[in-house]
Design a protein around this ligand. Structure first.
Ligand SMILES: Nc1nc2c(ncn2[C@@H]2O[C@H](COP(=O)(O)OP(=O)(O)OP(=O)(O)O)[C@@H](O)[C@H]2O)c(=O)[nH]1
Length: 396
């Protein structure tokens, strides 16, 4: 036995096995798409695997000569359609805009290949090269999309998929150059040798792509669960846990260049009375109302959280003490001036008390929180509906 025989594989059987595998992976993605969030992306990917699988099925069966045109048309067009579906999936997943022109160009390649090189001027070599060029464009576009992970958590999977795509582009170009007989063939590098390596490479590539898509789906699920655990279900604001996580990631990601300068501990006055008089559901509405108003003040250098019950916290980065007090006073007045309309046709008057604490550099966040709380309790003791600066800040 020589090396050539060892490296030659049954290409049709591999294509058939790949078709079945892709159908199964497509089914799995479809199932995940139905069951989980970010379902749009998984459905596009599933369609991509299905259509690509169908094109391989078409390739796997011998058809009478008269039918070969149908088979070729199906084979070429389905390759184009599958690449469109894959790109749609990645755009959807990455929340990126869809580039319709690219999709049209991608479909123009197999269409030209069939109309020009199958129907008008039959030329198998040009036909293969034309569709393959469209596929190269698709791989380059995919590579580009994977260069822009929209969340840090996906960066590693995107990076690995990118490497795989680059390697596959090289193998793909090499294989199609040989299929179109653009490369010199010798006894060792026969056409079958090229095709064997290419079919195995394609099998591995599609498997890696499928594993990558599944990994992205699992990661998105994990992210969603983590997000849910960090947010308050009633108001959508960060909860206590989310607040600490944000503070931690701010220190890690920003390397400390963004400094917490002030905390505003905010508490609704006599909230229990609203609950008792209007019912718990009305109390919930009031909490939602307060949260929505606070969200209006959200910005790059602020973190807004519901720390528990009717207590909220605004963390200010790189903000002067005067601006922190000004913001607190503005918030207090805003709430005092407006009544909250409830769904039971009633309305309630609302006031808030705020404790402001200027954070010093050496202070631990827990200490800062305690100081802000002390100022808040002082505001309550002094009659509510007021802004009080923490003791450490009161100069005389
Ligand atoms: N509706 C509703 N009530 C809540 C929720 N979380 C906590 N509470 C209620 O908030 C009330 C807080 O009451 P207190 O701690 O006595 O404070 P308060 O009545 O606001 O009085 P002061 O803070 O002293 O002005 C309690 O009755 C809790 O049951 C919630 O998610 N929804």
């Amino acid at each position: 036995m020589n090396g050539i025989t060892l490296l030659t594989v049954d290409i049709v059987t591999i294509a058939f096995a790949r078709a079945i595998m892709q159908m199964m992976l497509g089914g799995l993605l479809l199932y995940m798409g139905i069951r989980q969030f970010n379902q749009g992306a998984a459905r596009w990917w599933a369609l991509g695997f299905f259509v690509n699988g169908l094109s391989l099925f078409a390739f796997s069966f011998d058809v009478p000569e008269a039918w070969s045109i149908v088979r070729n048309t199906f084979n070429h067009l389905s390759m184009g359609v599958a690449s469109v579906f894959f790109l749609m999936g990645f755009w959807r997943f990455g929340q990126q805009p869809i580039n319709s022109w690219l999709l049209i160009v991608l479909m123009a390649f197999p269409l030209t290949s069939i109309i020009a090189w199958e129907l008008l001027w039959p030329n198998a070599r040009f036909r293969v090269l034309c569709t393959a060029s469209g596929q190269v464009l698709y791989f380059i576009a995919l590579q580009q999309i994977l260069a822009q992970p929209f969340r840090i958590e996906y960066a590693r999977i995107y990076r690995r998929l990118r490497y795989v795509v680059v390697v596959y582009i090289i193998i793909f170009v090499w294989a199609y150059a040989s299929i179109a007989q653009l490369l010199p063939t010798t006894a060792v590098t026969s056409l079958n040798y090229h095709r064997s390596i290419f079919s195995i490479a394609s099998l591995l590539f599609m498997l890696t792509l499928a594993v990558g898509c599944l990994a992205l789906k699992f990661t998105s699920l994990a992210i969603r669960n983590a997000d849910l655990a960090m947010h308050d279900w009633l108001t959508g604001l960060l909860n206590r846990r989310g607040f600490f996580h944000e503070i931690e990631s701010n220190q890690q990601v920003k390397g400390g260049d963004r400094k917490i300068t002030a905390l505003l501990a905010i508490d609704i006055d006599r909230f229990k009375k609203i609950n008792d008089a209007q019912g718990h559901a009305a109390g919930d509405q009031v909490l939602q109302y307060v949260s929505e108003r606070l969200k209006l003040y959200d910005s790059e250098n602020r973190i807004i959280a519901r720390m528990g019950g009717e207590e909220f916290l605004i963390t200010l980065f790189d903000t002067s003490q005067e601006d922190a007090i000004k913001l607190a006073e503005e918030l207090r007045q805003q709430f005092a001036q407006n009544r909250v309309a409830l769904s039971n046709q009633q309305s309630v008057r609302l006031t808030i008390s705020i404790g402001v604490h200027e954070v010093s550099q050496q202070e631990h966040i827990e200490q800062s929180l305690a100081h802000a709380d002390e100022a808040l309790y002082a505001a309550k003791r002094q009659g509510r509906n007021r802004v009080i600066l923490s003791k450490t800040e009161q100069k005389d």
